[in-house]
Design a protein around this ligand. Structure first.
Ligand code: GDP
Length: 139
């Protein structure tokens, strides 16, 4: 059965471009309840750990440089079937291919700086939420 939790980050470039408020409004408008949230910043090492699944990919070094380049928002979101619902809501990885009106189409600038992260499975939603928050903050 699909879970009701997903994890998101607003990535550094969307933060630097001043889109934090609009993206949070859009998340709430989409019916996602914010269960936990913080404005924080990843070290290079933390970004490498978070994206370890991609460590063999050619973009891993650039991605982890980028994700540690400035402040981010990390948040746990709740909605029925949250992982798939949020992935549909944010759009395709590449903003150029993301459906009109999705968060990545609106606020992403390129395939790396695609405005937001969204978990890709219920299992990863729990792992990623636990990376940033104590269980008592979101369960
Ligand atoms: P997601 O689940 O849609 O976020 O996509 P992935 O899990 O495949 O990739 C994780 C993140 O790596 C994406 O959100 C992008 O920020 C970045 N990324 C993915 N593919 C590429 C690529 O081909 N080039 C670069 N520079 N970054 C990428």
């Amino acid at each position: 059965m699909a879970g009701n939790i997903t994890f998101t980050m607003i990535k550094p470039k969307a933060m630097a471009n001043g889109h934090m408020g609009n993206i949070l409004s859009k998340i709430i408008e989409g019916g996602f309840k914010i269960k936990a949230m913080k404005l924080t910043r990843l070290t290079k090492e933390q970004a490498m750990e978070f994206y370890a699944v991609h460590k063999e990919r050619p973009f891993y070094n650039g991605l982890t440089d980028f994700m540690s380049s400035g402040p981010i928002i990390a948040a746990v979101l709740e909605k029925e079937n949250a992982v798939q619902a949020y992935r549909d809501y944010i759009g395709a990885t590449n903003p150029a291919e993301a459906a009109e009106g999705t968060i990545r189409a609106l606020y992403g600038t390129d395939i790396e700086a695609n405005a937001v992260h969204g978990s890709d499975s219920d299992e990863n939603a729990v792992i990623e939420s636990s990376f940033f928050f104590a269980k008592r903050e979101w369960v």
